[in-house]
Structures are given as structure tokens and as C-alpha cells.
Design a protein around this ligand. Structure first.
Ligand code: FRU
Length: 326
């Protein structure tokens, strides 16, 4: 195999601190380790459109070979992403979109389908009747808009189910709690809360507890992450009732980037699959995850062993050279 060029990939992340995006970055690093010459220049915009726009500007000045971006909100980030794309830099959009089709590839799940799947699931859970409160993400983030549309569509056939209230939690647990605590009266007639992510779903549980609401309120989220504080654990612990798996696509974003850089053919839309996780399959998911992460640890052990042997070998070469010289 011929040696790969030393590519520099810029990655503009809308926010880096939550579990979902930390998991994404881990997956990216894992896949990047297969391309030893490459560099990932990472920027975290910490939920700010303005900061993200200026960080993308910075990345473009660094002569990156490719841009990966998850745009905080669609409209504000559109011009700078179009600028990058039109200047000839390939752009891989991940999870959240811009309002334009000026990009090389999209990697992520179909948020409309996920919303619809949630709606259909909820309609079964409520047996066709009830009041729903919907906690949405950031107003201008594409998954908020798509999940909302899909959810309403998924409930279409259930004439006696109403989305009686909608609030914005801006994807954040703290915002969602503040908003929910203002809804004391409404929550007392709510049968189900659908949150656009598991962080806000966990806020719903906390708010119900704080307000002392004893009524049975089902809580549905999105993400279904494994590990400490993730959705799988919350389903298992009955903190929430179900979650729609939302794969981070970290691995796929990097592999797509290298296919583009290697001038291989790619699809423009790379849609990752989702599935409903609830008490009926959460054990299976956890089992699968444990197996996967133990294999991951094996790979890491093998890699460090290899590195050890390589340095041992290099040392021996050095001794050999020294011997020859003297
Ligand atoms: C993480 C997150 C996820 C959500 C996604 C939507 O920052 O809020 O919880 O599924 O972003 O873009």
C-alpha cells in the first residue's frame, strides 16, 4: 500500500462537552489511528454560533484539506460553510445540517425518521390517548426541526393524542429543568414527555420529582448512549422509559473524509440507522456494548504491545548501526 499524504482535517464541533459528542470524538480518534500521518485540528464552539463561525474562519486560514462540521444552528453557519465548499475544500456535515446543499457529504441519522419512529412508539405506549409535552432542542438546529416534524407525523393517526405543550430546552439539561419548573400546572395533566435528547429527558424526571408529581408520566428521549450517565443506564434504572438510538457517526465521518481525500467515490447522503430502545431490549444493548468495549480494550493493548516491540526493534537497529560504525 502506498504511503498516504499527510492530510490535515479541520473539525468544527458545535459543542464538545456532553457525553454524546465526547463519544463522537473518541470514535473519530479510533478511526484516525488507522491513518498515522493525518492530523485532526479540533475546535469546540461551546454552543455559540458566533464562535463557531470565527473558528471555521480560523480553520480555513490554516489550509486544511477537508472540513468536518456539526453546525450549531443551521442558518447562521450556512454562509461560512458555503464559503469553504465553494473555495474547493471538501465539507463533511455531521449530525446537524446547514440550510444549504453546498457540501460534499452528510453523515448522520435521519432525524425526521427518528421523530416519526418516536411518534409511532408513543402512540402505542399511550394506547391512542393522552397529553404530550415536547421538550425541543435549539430552535435553529436542524435536528430540532426535523425531529419535531417527524414526531407530529408519527402521531397523525392517533386523533386522541395531543401535543399540548412545547418548550425549548436548547439541548441542555439545565435549560430544560428551568423551563419545566415553570410548568407545574401543565405537568399535572401530562401523560408523556418527549424530549429531543436524553439529557433533557433526565431533566424531565428531575423536574417531576422536584414538583412532587406522583402521576405516572412516561418519558421518552433520544440518543441511547452506553456508559455512565447515558440513556441505556437511564432506561435500565427506570429514570426514562425509552430512547431512540442516535449514532454519533464519528467513525463514519472520518472514513468518509479519507475516501473523499483519496478521490474514491462516495455517497452524498450517508444515513445511519436508528432503533427504539426500551426495557424489552436494553439488556441486549448493554451486553453488546460491553462486548464491543472489551474488544476495543484488546485492540488498544495490542497496539501498545506493537509500539513497544517497534521501539525495541528500533533500539536494536541502533545498536547494530553503532556496532558497524565502531
Ligand atoms: C449533543 C446533542 C445530542 C443530540 C444532538 C443533536 O450535543 O444535543 O444530545 O441528539 O446533539 O444535534
Amino acid at each position: 500500500k502506498k504511503k498516504e499524504a499527510k492530510y490535515v482535517i479541520g473539525f468544527s464541533q458545535c459543542v464538545g462537552s456532553d457525553l454524546w459528542r465526547r463519544t463522537m470524538l473518541e470514535e473519530m480518534k479510533m478511526e484516525l489511528s488507522l491513518h498515522p500521518g493525518a492530523t485532526l485540528v479540533y475546535r469546540d464552539a461551546n454552543n455559540s454560533n458566533r464562535k463557531q463561525i470565527s473558528q471555521v474562519g480560523e480553520l480555513l486560514k490554516m489550509n486544511i484539506d477537508l472540513l468536518i462540521i456539526s453546525p450549531n444552528e443551521a442558518r447562521p453557519l450556512t454562509p461560512i460553510v458555503e464559503e469553504a465548499y465553494n473555495s474547493g475544500i471538501p465539507v463533511v456535515i455531521i449530525d446537524r445540517k446547514t440550510s444549504s446543499s453546498a457540501y460534499t457529504a452528510y453523515v448522520g441519522a435521519d432525524n425526521y425518521q427518528i421523530g416519526k419512529m418516536a411518534g409511532q412508539y408513543v402512540s402505542g405506549l399511550l394506547k391512542g390517548k393522552g397529553n404530550i409535552m415536547e421538550i425541543m432542542g435549539l430552535p435553529g438546529s436542524s435536528p430540532t426541526i426535523e425531529r419535531q416534524r417527524g414526531f407530529a407525523e408519527g402521531l397523525q393517526k392517533s386523533a386522541n393524542i395531543r401535543i399540548s405543550n412545547q418548550i425549548y430546552g436548547d439541548w441542555l439539561k439545565s435549560h430544560a429543568i428551568d423551563e419545566l419548573l415553570k410548568m407545574n400546572e401543565t405537568l399535572r395533566t401530562t401523560d408523556l414527555i418527549f424530549a429531543h435528547n436524553d439529557q433533557m429527558a433526565s431533566a424531565a424526571r428531575e423536574a417531576l420529582d422536584k414538583l412532587g408529581i406522583k402521576r405516572k408520566v412516561a418519558i421518552i428521549g433520544i440518543d441511547a448512549l452506553p456508559g455512565q450517565g447515558g440513556g441505556l443506564q437511564m432506561i435500565d434504572g427506570k429514570v426514562i422509559d425509552a430512547s431512540m438510538l442516535y449514532p454519533t457517526g464519528g467513525k463514519e465521518a472520518i472514513s468518509t473524509a479519507f475516501r473523499i481525500l483519496g478521490k474514491e467515490s462516495i455517497l452524498k447522503e450517508n444515513i445511519l440507522q436508528s432503533v427504539v430502545i426500551d426495557s424489552s431490549n436494553v439488556q441486549l444493548m448493554k451486553l453488546q456494548w460491553n462486548k464491543f468495549s472489551s474488544q476495543q480494550r484488546d485492540i488498544e493493548r495490542q497496539q501498545s504491545l506493537l509500539a513497544e516491540q517497534r521501539s525495541l526493534f528500533d533500539n536494536q537497529q541502533l545498536t547494530l548501526n553503532v556496532t558497524v560504525v565502531t
